[in-house]
Structure formats: structure tokens, C-alpha cells
Design a protein around this ligand. Structure first.
Ligand code: PLP
Length: 400
């Protein structure tokens, strides 16, 4: 079989066929508006509420603590802007230096209207330390926002510890769990979080639907105004099919999480082991253990500037991996801001390859990937040695 290998699940995931089946009726005949009082409307309302309970159950929340949004990005915007607006003051946000653009750009926007923003440093593994958070909490803070798992290097943050410290200071804690949800166990009560962002398309659900968990009693103002849907926090007619798909995806992820995490860790560790054995110039980015189950990011010492060509060669040979975040600037050869924040120099920070595995990946794909990657790197090294800059040609690979 000569099909493509998709190893870029941190960018997005393929829709699970079971999710598509659940969505089907709401893309067709069942088109009601959940706010309508008639039968069609009541059917739509019922399935939206079932999905709300399914999403809540994935993170140990109550259904009425889930606000559906149009994306993880919007959930992040609502958490930060909503908390600042509700406080009635420009306030102070404490976040990390390696957050997704959905957080960093929202902070930049808020800073332009007077909000103080503190970016906590991370260590070489990409972890936020409790001491720097404690120092930041000495001043008046409106909200702390720290991601549960990083999208570029896969490192997991000690959310339980950081949120606990934050709550001791009476400050709101938000976590962007877009990469973590459905991959590692998350329980909002054990984690002590007040706000938590999710996105369906990262867990084999549809694109264009997200959710914000809002703990009961949390003061939050809307950032979208209109008909008052979603408890007034997110006006707009609900994306019924998308929400139904999100619910189905959340339920499947919850049921299969433990088994799937074990399987993906095995694949990841096998790739890491064989990769670093075959390519001595390879080295790991991110925490070696506290990382997303299916996420491996690595560099190639001395070949940092060739990463773009390695990725293009892999793509041409049928493998989709990426150079970090799907929306990051370092596609264009710029150093990754996440790696710079982790202390890598500009040269190293240019050379990240991100492999992120998902539900439909198989052991055979892992075998084929390792073979193709070795050929791609060898071919680039040879091309560089012989001509300095010749066009890359991958030797033909026979697919099993
Ligand atoms: N937060 C993180 C950590 C992400 O990785 C992403 C997407 O890559 C987002 C937020 C944005 O989610 P969405 O694509 O649903 O807007």
C-alpha cells in the first residue's frame, strides 16, 4: 500500500468516522435552531445539551460549566478578555513565554489598552517553575494563564501545582488545554482550574468548534454580543452539527484515552529510540517524560538549516510532519520563539521537526516513517557534501 502517512496530529486530526456518523443528521434533515420552541428546535437543543454533557465528562466538569465557542482560539480570547472585562480594570495577566498565539496575541491586544502582562520564563525542557509564578503573584494579578501541553515541543506543565499556588492567592487560573484534552487525563477539580480551553479538531472532531470550561461562580464578561446564547457568554446560533461532533469526539476520547495513550507512547518511544540510534546528530526537544503521549520533536545537530528540505523530502515521499506549530513564523526559516524561550540559540531554534501521532496511525506506518526519514536525512547530507546545495532526490522507497 502506497498511502500517505499523517504524523501531524498537533496541527489537526482526521475526523473519526464515528464522529461523522453522529454529525450526519445535523448536516442534513435535522436543521433546527436550538433556540426555537417548536419540534425542530427542541431536537437541536436536546442534542446540543447531550454534547455539552459529553464534553463536560471528558474534563470532570458539570454540563452547565461548558460554553461552546467557534474554536480553541475563541475560547482563549474569551477567557482572557472576559476575565479582564469582568474585573472592570485593565488588570494584570501572568502567562508563560511559550503559549500559543491565541494567548500571546490576546495579551498583546489587552496590553495596548493598559493591561499589564508578565511572561514567565521556562526551563530547557519548556516547563514553567513554581518560583517564578510565586514571584509574579506578589503583585496584583487578575488571571494566570498557563497551557496544559505545548503545541511545539509537547511538554506538559505542572498545572495542578501552578493552579493550586494561584488559587492560594485568590487569583483566577486559566489553562489552554487544546493540545492536552483527550490525550492525557484532565479533571478540572483535581487541577483547581477556573477556566480551560478546548478544541474539537485536535481530538478527531470537526474544525471550527471549541469550548471554554467556566467554573461556577467565575466572573466573566462576553466578548461576542447578540442573542444571548450560551448563558449570554457567547451569542450566535449554535453550530449544531459541529457541537454534536465535538460531543461524540469527546466521548470516544474519554473511553479510549488510557489504551490510546499507552499505544502512542510505545510508538513515540520506538521512533525516538531508532531515530537517535540511526541518526547520531538527532536530539530531543522538550521534556523526555512529561510530554504528550504521541508527540516527539527533535533537532538534527549541524543540519538545522536543512530541516525545511527534510520536511519537503518527507512530504514528497508521502509523510506529513511539521516544523512546529502550524501557524508559526519559523516555517519561513525563522527561529522558533518557543525554542528561543527554552534557551536554544538561534541556530538550534531553526531546526525543529515535529512528529505527532494519532488514533489511526499503525505500527507499519512507524516502520515506513523510520525508513523514509533515514533516507531523507542521508540524502540531504550527501547532497550537501557533494554539491553544497543540490536539489534533493530521495531514493525510491518500496512501501510494504
Ligand atoms: N491553543 C493551542 C495550544 C493550540 O495548539 C491551538 C491550535 O493549534 C489553539 C490554541 C487554537 O485552536 P483552534 O485551532 O481551535 O483555534
Amino acid at each position: 500500500m502506497n498511502s500517505r502517512i499523517y504524523f501531524d496530529h498537533s496541527a489537526t486530526t482526521p475526523l473519526d468516522p464515528r464522529v461523522l456518523t453522529a454529525m450526519g443528521p445535523f448536516l442534513g434533515g435535522a436543521f433546527g435552531n436550538p433556540s426555537s420552541q417548536h419540534h425542530e428546535g427542541r431536537v437541536a437543543r436536546e442534542v446540543v445539551e447531550i454534547a455539552r454533557a459529553q464534553v463536560a465528562s471528558l474534563i470532570g466538569a458539570e454540563p452547565d460549566e461548558i460554553i461552546f465557542t467557534a474554536s480553541g482560539t475563541e475560547a482563549d480570547n474569551l477567557a482572557l478578555m472576559g476575565a479582564v472585562r469582568a474585573s472592570g480594570r485593565p488588570g494584570h495577566i501572568v502567562t508563560s513565554s511559550i503559549e500559543h498565539a491565541a494567548i500571546l496575541e490576546t495579551c498583546r491586544f489587552l496590553a495596548a489598552s493598559g493591561t499589564k502582562v508578565t511572561h514567565l520564563p521556562v526551563d530547557g525542557d519548556g516547563k514553567v517553575g513554581a518560583e517564578s509564578l510565586l514571584r509574579a503573584l506578589q503583585s496584583n494579578v487578575t488571571l494566570v494563564s498557563i497551557m496544559a501541553a505545548n503545541n511545539v515541543v509537547g511538554t506538559l506543565q505542572p498545572i495542578e501545582e501552578l493552579a493550586h499556588l494561584t488559587k492560594l492567592h485568590g487569583v483566577l487560573f486559566h489553562s489552554d488545554a487544546v493540545q492536552a484534552a483527550g490525550k492525557i487525563p484532565l479533571d478540572v477539580n483535581r487541577l483547581h482550574v477556573d477556566l480551560l480551553s478546548l478544541s474539537a479538531h485536535k481530538l478527531h472532531g470537526p474544525k471550527g468548534v471549541g469550548a471554554l470550561y467556566v467554573r461556577k461562580g467565575t466572573r466573566l464578561s462576553p466578548i461576542v454580543f447578540g442573542g444571548g446564547q450560551e448563558r449570554g457568554l457567547r451569542s450566535a446560533t449554535e453550530n449544531v452539527a459541529g457541537i454534536v461532533g465535538f460531543g461524540a469526539a469527546a466521548e470516544i476520547a474519554r473511553e479510549e484515552l488510557a489504551k490510546e495513550a499507552t499505544r502512542l507512547v510505545q510508538f513515540r518511544e520506538r521512533i525516538a529510540h531508532e531515530l537517535f540510534r540511526a541518526l547520531p546528530q538527532g536530539y530531543l526537544f522538550g521534556h523526555p517524560v512529561h510530554r504528550l503521549p504521541g508527540h516527539l520533536s527533535f533537532g538534527l545537530r549541524g543540519q538545522e538549516r536543512e530541516v525545511g528540505r527534510v520536511l519537503a523530502a518527507l512530504d514528497a515521499a508521502g509523510v506529513a510532519v511539521s516544523a512546529g506549530s502550524a501557524c508559526s513564523a519559523h516555517h519561513s526559516g525563522e527561529p522558533s520563539p518557543v525554542l528561543l524561550a527554552m534557551g536554544y540559540d538561534a541556530e538550534r531554534a531553526r531546526g525543529l521537526v515535529r512528529v505527532s501521532l494519532g488514533r489511526f496511525n499503525t505500527e507499519q506506518e512507524v516502520d515506513r516513517f523510520l525508513k523514509i526519514l533515514r533516507l531523507a536525512v542521508a540524502s540531504i547530507s550527501n547532497a550537501a557534501a557533494h554539491t553544497g546545495d543540490s536539489a534533493l532526490e530521495l531514493p525510491a522507497v518500496t512501501f510494504a
